[in-house]
Design a protein around this ligand. Structure first.
Ligand code: ADP
Ligand code: MG
Length: 253
């Protein structure tokens, strides 16, 4: 079942065309990687799906609902979630409190309800922490977390918004390679159990080829190839235009 349908979206900034007639789909339970060198237009595409940027033309459909003109808040409400950086989490709170706050915020309950009722949504928050494997450290202050744990918490916070589609723009930035693979393993298992769709970017090709169901290659704002990891790895145009170094690709086979 098609979850996201991106139809020929474009975006220019002054003279720079950051995205040009970009079209693709993401299905339910599918993990799609959008790859390309720095400046290729990946974040621009993410922002046109999340609503932070409005497409110059083209359409964005979420399960057949046209969300092209919807605000980021409306898109979030309709099920377009994204992971936010550390700064968005409340470092002075504990792990579980962060997830409880996300649940409160998603339900439009007043944050003033928080202080007299620190138990609000605690069970549900536990369930989400189970999904990301953080139950053991639920009551630990976020300020003491290792970086990889902060990233897992960001995932739990995003899941509190009950997304149908999760946008992950460089979720593993700043992480060591082993941690990156672990975070994407976790994301894969969540895609399987929660039946959501994920669109992500990642610079490490091993991680991309190991986790994506499908790969889209963006170069100078255009999708130059789309296919399975195998197809992309063997695409001569991709090798030449983007990956350049065929040895780097061979290593990741
Ligand atoms: P990526 O995420 O693949 O690195 P971006 O989408 O961030 O690429 O950027 C694509 C191109 O658009 C780049 O040339 C970048 O400089 C330009 N760009 C992105 N955002 C803006 C903006 N807000 N204003 C002007 N130019 C921008
Ligand atoms: Mg970017």
């Amino acid at each position: 079942m098609i979850l996201l349908n991106v139809e020929s979206i474009s975006k220019s900034f002054g003279g720079v065309t950051a995205a040009r007639d970009v079209s693709f789909t993401v299905a339910r339970s599918e993990m799609v990687a959008l790859i390309g060198p720095n400046g290729a237009g990946k974040s621009t595409v993410f922002n046109m799906i999340g609503g932070q940027l409005k497409a110059d033309h083209g359409r964005v459909l979420l399960e057949n609902t046209d969300i092209t003109d919807a605000s980021p808040q409306e898109r979030f409400r309709l099920g377009v979630g994204r992971t936010f950086q550390v700064a968005q989490t409340f470092l002075s709170m504990t792990v579980i409190e962060n997830v409880q706050m996300a649940l409160i915020s998603h339900r439009h309950e007043s944050r003033r309800a928080w202080n007299p009722a620190r138990k609000l949504h605690r069970e549900e928050a536990f369930t989400l922490l189970e999904r990301v494997g953080m139950v053991d450290i639920a009551d630990q202050p976020c300020s003491t977390l290792a970086y990889g744990d902060v990233k897992r918490l960001e995932l739990a916070v995003a899941l509190a918004g009950e997304p149908r589609l999760l946008l992950m723009d460089e979720p593993t930035a700043g992480m060591a390679l082993r941690e990156r693979a672990a975070l994407m393993d976790l994301t894969s298992s969540i895609v399987d159990t929660m039946k959501i769709g994920v669109l992500f970017t990642e610079h490490d090709m091993d991680v991309v080829f190991g986790h994506a169901d499908r790969v889209l290659v963006l170069l100078r704002g255009k999708i130059i190839a789309a296919g399975s990891p195998e197809e992309i790895r063997n695409d001569p145009q991709v090798r030449q235009a983007y990956l350049g170094d065929s040895h780097a690709l061979a290593r990741s086979v």
